[in-house]
Design a protein around this ligand. Structure first.
Ligand code: AMP
Ligand code: ZN
Length: 112
């Protein structure tokens, strides 16, 4: 997808600090971390956000949650982490490519 910064990260046009990648998804550190551990996991397929997840993306989303569980053990934040996806303007979504924030490494506050 042209002009999508996360697609540009996927094809190497924009650098990123990758923490994981496989055939379905890529995980990289957020440039404005909100916690000691803060990375994003994105599907390799461009989907604008959670509201556009259809049947073809459901296995990919499940896979992403499995990857996050594996990374939690491997990277040492299995004691607690938060997975967030902002969908749409009211939720504060700024990048229209489906992404899951993974936050850990501190006591995370409540949110609304
Ligand atoms: P959201 O506001 O939920 O759409 O989240 C977008 C996230 O992408 C924000 O936390 C940004 O800090 C992060 N972000 C934007 N550009 C980049 C980039 N080039 N590399 C890493 N993270 C980015
Ligand atoms: Zn994209």
């Amino acid at each position: 997808m042209d002009n999508c910064i996360f697609c540009m990260i996927l094809n190497g046009e924009i650098p990123s600090e990758k923490v994981y990648e496989d055939e379905l998804c890529v995980a990289f550190k957020d440039i404005e971390p909100l916690a000691p551990t803060h990375f994003l996991v994105i599907p390799r397929t461009h989907v604008s956000g959670a509201s556009e997840i259809g049947p073809e993306m459901e296995p990919v989303v499940g896979h992403i949650f499995g990857v996050i569980a594996k990374l939690a053990k491997e990277l040492g934040f299995a004691d607690g982490y938060r997975v967030v996806t902002n969908c749409g303007a009211d939720a504060g979504q700024t990048v229209p490519h489906l992404h899951f924030h993974v936050l850990a490494g501190k006591q995370l506050g409540s949110f609304n």
